[in-house]
Design a protein around this ligand. Structure first.
Ligand SMILES: Nc1nc2c(ncn2[C@@H]2O[C@H](COP(=O)(O)OP(=O)(O)OP(=O)(O)O)[C@@H](O)[C@H]2O)c(=O)[nH]1
Ligand SMILES: [Mg+2]
Length: 343
């Protein structure tokens, strides 16, 4: 399913909205016969201007409101991810406030049109239109904070990956800085992923794909690069919670990455704690396979490998030994995954 926020476009601020509406309004022309008295002409012209400005604003505000999907109706993954990234109550409140000004704009229109009907000199028409624009500006300007808030949250919501629920999804998990992104970037189609030498470089979920050639067709499998997670924490931050969410809701297979060396900055014991936690909570009693990778083989000592093998009760064939810097052995991971899903 396409990211439901993918059509959440730029939200104009109050100044932009007013500029658009007033410009359109001043360009409008009322239908009135050339021979009509000046007073009638003035009435018609200014009525039209007020109507056009208000129609344009209502139309634009409705479009903004409709651009935001109804969060409660979204599938679990998108709904929960959106609530990690933004305060949903505040979002609803903001949309409610914007919606609340629509009847006020309508009222200003009604009031000014009826007053325009009663003017006795053409210049009063101009004054009335100015007074309507003043009231409109003050109402729209009061919404600026809300418009800017929508534009601000739009950034993170638009970056939510699209997930195809009909395709398998591999979730790549592990401690921060162990090489998860390096692996996904190397083996998947997603070459935009950021890699840095410090922890929590990845702050959002990044989707990549692997293409599998089958006898008669080609299929794609999804591979999700996740932010790092720290073990044994009662309260995880919004970065870690996205990874937990992916493990809980969309993983068909978990690729668990260890860095057995001190390079990542975290102990192997804490990585083992997290591994156990992931296995216990997200392997769904063995229904979800966990594929283990020991990354940074170029930096690894044999005692570091032996320690992990012993603690996890593994033998050489039970895990992949990789170097994500040079790509060494990463082809073995992709071949394994492709073979597994080629049937
Ligand atoms: N020597 C060596 N360095 C590696 C290897 N794999 C990754 N790195 C380096 O380790 C650092 C972290 O790599 P990332 O791929 O960003 O790690 P990550 O697990 O995605 O990190 P977070 O997004 O912060 O959780 C980078 O400086 C990589 O270049 C490896 O096999 N060997
Ligand atoms: Mg990363």
């Amino acid at each position: 399913m396409k990211n439901p926020f993918s059509e959440f476009y730029h939200v104009p601020n109050s100044k932009e909205l007013l500029d658009i509406a007033f410009k359109k309004s001043m360009k409008s022309s009322a239908q009135v016969s050339k021979n009509a008295p000046i007073l009638i002409k003035a009435k018609k012209k200014e009525s039209k201007r007020i109507q056009v400005a208000i129609e344009e604003l209502i139309d634009r505000i409705l479009k903004i409101i409709k651009m935001v999907p109804i969060i409660d109706d979204l599938p679990d993954f998108y709904r929960e991810l959106a609530s990690i990234l933004v305060d949903i109550d505040e979002l609803k409140l903001t949309l409610g406030k914007l919606n609340g000004i629509l009847p006020i704009l309508n009222k200003i229109e009604r009031e000014h049109l009826s007053r325009l009907n009663r003017i006795e000199a053409p210049k009063e028409g101009d004054q009335l239109r100015r007074s309507a624009f003043g009231r409109i500006s003050s109402i729209i300007n009061k919404q600026n904070k809300n418009l800017e808030y929508l534009n601000e949250i739009r950034g993170s919501l638009k970056e939510i990956p699209s997930i195809d629920y009909t395709l398998p999804c591999i979730v790549v998990a592990g401690y921060p800085n162990v090489g998860k992104s390096s692996i996904v970037k190397n083996i998947s189609t997603n070459k935009k992923i950021e890699i840095k030498e410090y922890p929590f470089t990845t702050k959002k979920l990044n989707m990549g794909h692997l293409e599998i050639e089958r006898r008669f067709d080609k299929i794609r499998i999804q591979i999700m690069d996740c932010p790092g997670i720290l073990a044994l924490r009662a309260k995880r931050n919004y970065i870690e919670r996205q990874a937990i969410l992916a493990l809980r809701l969309i993983s068909d297979l978990i690729l668990y990455i260890f860095d057995p060396t001190p390079a990542c900055g975290y102990t192997v014991d804490s990585q083992i704690e997290l591994y156990k936690e992931v296995k216990q909570n997200f392997a769904k009693d063995g229904k979800i396979e966990i594929v283990i990778v020991f990354n940074k083989m170029d930096l690894m000592s044999s005692s570091e490998i032996e320690y992990l093998e012993e603690r996890l009760n593994l033998q050489g064939d039970d895990y992949f030994l990789t170097n994500a810097l040079t790509g060494e052995n990463l082809d073995k991971i992709s071949s394994y995954l492709k073979e597994r899903y080629a049937k």
